[in-house]
Design a protein around this ligand. Structure first.
Ligand code: 13P
Length: 264
């Protein structure tokens, strides 16, 4: 069964009360729908709201109490070491301890504002796996790189360095998200043709290292309006959604588009 994923990355947004309302609305919306088990819904709130989100969506792991809901909760980042003197950081194991299931690693905002390299991101993939989390690994080119015809070279290099650092087997148990930097938060999504073109390249490269079934998500200005045409592309297995995941209505409409595209 091919796994599809609709994931929301809330980034550094929401006050506590807004977050709780949003989690409840998404959970109710998901519970009210018939979502096949081949489609995962994941929300990635800020660290501080994660434990509440997990309790609302998945039950309380400490009390071995589970909810009926199928909304998974992920973090937006984790540290590459298991523990130690890393002030302000959060380990993958800590996330697993509170019941997190997924973690985004290598988002372009982490690469840009925190200087994260492919070598470091590879270590985060390994740390996530060691803690039993599923990494959502982001790759993507800048506007400048695309304008200079370097898209394929940039994506190839990112994947090569991730495979070198983490090993090809690790990529087999990841989700890869293609997020072109020029499409993030701009309102200008990649066209389905542009996205499919890069997804086919990523698929080809992952297939070459034995990771043909790794789900590939598109991210960058995904909306309720453009989701259906993106989901019609053969190598797009879901979406990583920023802005539109901050509204329960638009996030749930994107989930509906996924169900129409992929319900078997
Ligand atoms: P937007 O959907 O707001 O463009 O953000 C995309 C993104 O960065 C998700 O990780």
């Amino acid at each position: 069964m091919k796994q599809r994923i609709i994931a929301g990355n809330w980034k550094m947004n929401t006050r506590r009360s807004e977050a709780m309302l949003l989690i409840e609305s998404i959970r109710h919306g998901v519970d009210a729908r018939q979502i096949p088990s081949s489609i995962d819904v994941v929300i990635c709130p800020p660290f501080l709201w994660l434990e509440n989100a997990i309790e609302a969506c998945m039950g309380n792991p400490a009390l071995h109490r589970s909810s009926r809901s199928t909304v998974r909760c992920g973090a937006q980042d984790c540290h590459h070491e298991a523990s130690g003197a890393y002030t302000g950081d959060v380990s993958a194991q800590m996330l697993a301890d509170i019941g997190c299931t997924d973690v985004i690693v290598g988002h372009s905002e982490r690469r840009l504002y925190h200087g994260e390299t492919n070598a470091l991101i590879a270590r985060k993939i390994l740390a996530a796996h060691a803690a039993g989390l599923r990494p959502i690994v982001c790759v993507g080119e800048s506007a400048h790189e695309r304008e200079h015809g370097a898209t394929r070279a940039v994506i190839t290099q990112q994947l090569d360095e991730l495979v070198t650092g983490a090993g090809s087997a690790a990529l087999n148990s990841c989700i890869v998200a293609y997020e072109p930097l020029w499409a993030i938060g701009t309102g200008v999504a990649a066209s389905p043709e542009q996205a499919q073109d890069v997804h086919a390249l990523i698929r080809e490269q992952l297939t070459a290292v034995g990771a043909a079934s790794t789900p590939l998500l598109y991210g960058g200005s995904v909306t309720a309006q453009n989701a259906p045409s993106l989901f019609a592309c053969p190598d797009i297995d879901g979406a990583l959604i920023g802005g539109a995941s901050l509204s329960a209505d638009s996030f749930l409409t994107i989930i509906d588009a996924a169900v129409s595209a992929w319900a078997e």
